[in-house]
Design a protein around this ligand. Sequence first.
Ligand code: PEP
Length: 255
Amino acid sequence: MKLIIAANWKMHKTGSEAKEFCLELLQKEDDFRGVEVLICPPFTALTAAAGVLKDSSVKLGAQNFYPGEQGAFTGEISAAMLKEAGVEYVIIGHSERRHLMGEEDSLVARKIAAAYENGLKPILCIGEKESERDEGVTEKVLEKQLSKALEKLEPEQVKSLVIAYEPVWAIGTGKAASAEDAASAAGFIFSHLDRHFGHESAAGVRIQYGGSVKAENIGSFISLEHIHGALVGGASLEAGSFGDLIRAAGKAVAS
Ligand code: PEP
């Protein structure tokens, strides 16, 4: 199964900064064989990034979208707008949207369904907060987020899904989860999918780990049975270190 490493830039980089980053990253493209790489810039930098990436293997993702075709949704962006800008993937339900912007499971479910309807590939983010981990309810939280988000999907759709397991306490803190914790969560996600959508669909899903991933620790996650990539925030902001991270991931699977 091909690894998928995605850069989530959050609210960083203008169009010209994105262009500069992509030009630098592509100088290392030969090192990315065997890894699907994608960049998720802010909306305003998508077109600039797309212009540089268009003839390359590096793909473009968006960080969010609204599940309506068009209309009175001030400040929102539709799937058609993203597709015209060259977007292939979309991050849905990131913890910052859930916990800072109040995005509920029901909206996440609508976005996942709308992404499929409109030909965008969703990256569904799930993960527990620190207090939930301390209470020992991590699996309960993952179970709820998964069953709500996927309730409108058919097994055939689930098969091509990317799910990012991102413990909230590990995002942007420099405190990555242990390989044991990541393995246990990814195993739980796999069995949930297996139980609800069947083995073939579960086996097609790529599960990423996200939360303070960098070149130095990516190998410990990538070598786990049910983890097939990473969603990377802070360490994706510089082309040099992001390129090193991708190379390290490729090496970890090859060895
Ligand atoms: C993220 O934004 O999804 C993320 C995992 O951030 P960081 O790598 O900075 O922890």
